[in-house]
Design a protein around this ligand. Structure first.
Ligand SMILES: NC(=O)c1ccc[n+]([C@@H]2O[C@H](COP(=O)([O-])OP(=O)(O)OC[C@H]3O[C@@H](n4cnc5c(N)ncnc54)[C@H](OP(=O)(O)O)[C@@H]3O)[C@@H](O)[C@H]2O)c1
Length: 294
């Protein structure tokens, strides 16, 4: 058989112990024409530059999906160096190595690169101005990824949740099942995103790219629709028929270390038009995740 027919492209998923990485792991069997390499923080710490280089030197990697990140938004305020090392320097290094090995990098970023003062959904080219350390470290990561490589794909997403890992949905399930009443912030607007949906979209992009189209640049992906943390929690309460009362409160009454953008809704027109995808509404995706969790 001709070699070009038998060659399977290899996809490296870094940070695969996290929410998005686990969702990619879960669907990998649906893509038998690719070899997947799933690495966790333990196997391949992306901030160990020597190790990352030798990992790439040892095998041909065609795609690198960088799900590795420092995601503790509040803790980042006091662990600035660590957040910047993983989210910025290590991402930039990965981008450089991908360029040297002709590996297509798909890097994940965040709505928190915006300051949240916009009254309309953020497009990819709008002014970035993070209001916390996590956002600043992710923004620096985007800059280094783009500076070090002519053709990375960066996907900014928001309010990620999954049946894997820790997230708002799981916290709400625990509280709604165990407490008579809770306070939830009602003046921050955003788009929840089921990581399973994002994982499918990433694989759709890989497949498109494999068809010899060439894509590069920043894209926004989140589930369709807009909500607040309060409405998000209320939807979870409705699904599980909890008796717990949810009290809407302003952000000012919920002190946390890191400031959040007030409105970080992302405009997803570009990713929909470029890749011909349809995006499920956040309420439908939330139900799918809740069916897995309850
Ligand atoms: N979660 C959200 O709400 C959200 C919103 C917008 C954008 N994003 C972005 O989406 C991407 C995926 O997020 P996620 O929610 O899947 O994050 P996650 O669940 O926190 O997963 C990140 C994974 O990266 C691992 N990691 C940390 N440092 C590492 C290192 N030095 N080398 C290799 N792996 C390392 C973490 O391990 P440990 O857990 O052991 O540290 C974890 O398994 C990230 O880029 C994130 O910034 C997330």
């Amino acid at each position: 058989m001709n070699d070009s027919f038998s060659y399977k492209k290899t996809i490296l998923v870094t940070g695969s112990g996290g929410q998005l990485g686990m969702e990619l792991w879960k669907i990998a069997d649906n893509y038998p024409s690719y070899n997947f390499l799933f690495t966790t923080k333990q196997d391949l710490p992306i901030d160990n530059f020597k190790l990352v280089k030798s990992f790439f030197d040892q095998q041909q990697i065609d795609y690198c999906i960088n799900c590795a990140a420092y995601t503790a938004v509040d803790k980042a305020e006091s662990e600035t160096d660590k957040a910047f090392l993983i989210n910025a320097e290590a991402a930039g290094n990965l981008s450089l190595i991908c360029k040297a090995h002709q590996t297509q990098l798909i890097h994940i970023s965040t709505d928190y690169v915006f300051d949240g003062t916009s009254v309309s959904p953020y497009k990819e080219d709008e002014k970035v101005s993070p209001v916390n350390i996590y956002g600043a470290s992710k923004l620096r990561g985007e800059e280094l990824v783009l500076n070090n490589n002519p053709s990375p794909i960066i996907i900014r997403t928001s309010w990620l949740y999954s049946s894997f890992g820790n997230n708002f949905v799981k916290t709400m399930l625990r509280l709604l099942n165990g407490k008579p009443g809770i306070n939830v912030v009602s003046d921050q607007y955003g788009c929840p995103t089921f990581a399973a949906n994002l994982a499918e979209v990433i694989m759709a992009i890989v497949k498109e790219d494999n068809n010899d189209y060439s894509y590069t640049g920043v894209f926004h992906y989140c589930n369709a629709g807009t909500t607040t943390w309060y409405d998000f929690a209320s939807e979870i309460k409705k699904f599980i028929k909890s008796k717990c009362s949810i009290n809407p409160i302003p952000s000012s009454q919920y002190p946390v270390a890191a400031k959040r953008p007030q409105n970080s809704v992302l405009d997803t027109t570009k990713i929909k038009e470029t890749f011909g995808i349809t995006i499920p509404n956040w309420k439908d995706s939330l139900k799918q995740c809740l069916l897995l969790l309850t």
